[in-house]
Each structure stands twice: as C-alpha cells, then as structure tokens.
Ligand binder design. Sequence first.
Ligand SMILES: [Zn+2]
Length: 79
Amino acid sequence: MHHWQPSITCGLVWVEEASCCEAYVLCWEARQCEAGQYFVRRRTVAGVFEETARGPYGPAVVAWRELAARHACRRRTAS
Ligand SMILES: [Zn+2]
C-alpha cells in the first residue's frame, strides 16, 4: 500500500517516465541543498498533485511500475 501525500516541490521537477494516460508520473526533483530525489506523482480528481515513494531511484521505480500496472485504462476498455 502506498502512502500518498500532497506534492509540494521546491526545486526543478523533471519527468522521467509517464505511465498510460499519465496516471502515474515518475519524477525527479533537483534540490539546492541536498541530493535530488525521485518520487511518483499522480493527479487526483480534484486536480491536486499527490506523491509517494519519495527517495532514491530504485524504490521509486518499483513503486511506479507497480502502480502503472494497476492502472485500469478507460481508453482501452471503452472500445
Ligand atoms: Zn490508460
């Protein structure tokens, strides 16, 4: 289970990879006073960004792949 919290970023955010429909986006944030951090970002129905798995690349990628695999695509099931 992933713990989601409001995504408040203070540095430059780069998009590494986006899943289908951009449901989950693997991001990297460059920080001025510490090492850059990876995290998984999603947008809620309210249009607010939330993030999870903040930290080093490995665990963030694992979380992103797991979440992306769970994405139930409306575009794919509609036809
Ligand atoms: Zn999709």
